[in-house]
Design a protein around this ligand. Structure first.
Ligand SMILES: Cc1ncc(C[n+]2csc(CCOP(=O)(O)OP(=O)(O)O)c2C)c(N)n1
Ligand code: SF4
Length: 244
């Protein structure tokens, strides 16, 4: 039962109503339940930020580590205990900016880790500043006239490795999200799942969305499945690209 993988006694979570992180956690727990992963054979590691709180809600020994340091901690855990399935769940700011250097070298070293990146396109916890994944011209608390920079291209970054696994999905596409998490866990190397999700309170409202539901409808309208066998995902496509 997937609920046994969660510390229900700590609910309700600290996340705002409608936040996408809870959905990622539920889908992860469902996949883990299906695959027989629990405290005996798996650990979850997260960094700082709203997403960083996720590890603390999982019913297992987990690590809530420093900002940007999820990947080296996860690699270390995997090194000393190779039989353990190690799953990292963290924010886009944590993984791609503050921990960006670690991401670069994780791609190079290809450790056997699963990474779920909660990509809400801002630094959520601290107020919704523009971050590494904020699209150009997006208004945020730190870029009221629109972000002047192009975002990091996470897909291209993953493909810099000789072997890679990159999945793009959204919190709206629940079945696809679950499929991506499952495939990533099965991948024998560094598997990165880029999950577009909603931060309604510190981002969405500023963009004019009245609710998380409206943001989810926007994801439904915007994102389409990539054709089978696609080797590259377009900016509005969800799917998996991999090379083993
Ligand atoms: C080294 C360091 N720099 C900055 C901070 C302040 N800080 C805490 S959470 C956060 C933003 C996290 O954003 P993200 O990783 O995208 O996660 P989200 O909150 O959106 O889930 C920042 C800048 C910190 N705790 N440590
Ligand atoms: S501030 Fe944003 S990312 Fe953080 S819990 Fe609230 S909705 Fe979620």
């Amino acid at each position: 039962m997937f609920k046994e993988l969660l510390k229900l006694e700590r609910f309700p979570t600290i996340w705002c109503p409608g936040c996408g992180i809870g959905q990622i956690m539920i889908q992860l727990a469902m996949v883990m339940d299906e695959l027989g992963l629990d405290h005996t054979n798996c650990t979850v590691i997260s960094g700082i930020g709203c997403t960083g709180r996720l590890a603390g809600y999982m019913n297992m020994d987990s690590v809530y580590t420093l900002h940007g340091r999820t990947l080296p901690v996860a690699e270390a855990v995997k090194l000393v205990n190779p039989s353990l399935k190690v799953i990292v769940v963290s924010g886009d700011g944590d993984l791609a900016s503050i921990g960006g250097n670690h991401l670069l070298h994780a791609v190079r070293r290809n450790p056997d880790l699963t990474v779920l990146c909660n990509n809400n396109q801002v630094y959520g916890l601290t107020g919704g500043h523009a971050g590494p994944t904020t699209p150009r011209d997006t208004r945020t608390v730190s870029s009221p006239a629109g972000s002047p920079y192009d975002p990091v291209n996470l897909q291209n970054l993953m493909k810099a490795g000789a072997k890679y696994f990159y999945a793009k999905t959204t919190v709206y596409h629940q079945v696809h999200l679950r499929h991506c998490i499952k495939e990533a866990i099965a991948w024998p190397g560094f598997a990165f799942v880029d999950i577009t999700s909603q931060c309604i309170e510190n981002h969405g409202r500023r963009l004019g969305f009245n609710s998380a539901y409206e943001m989810l409808l926007h994801f439904r309208k915007t994102y389409k499945r990539a054709p089978d066998g696609a080797e590259i995902l377009g900016p509005d496509e969800i799917g998996i690209v991999r090379k083993g």
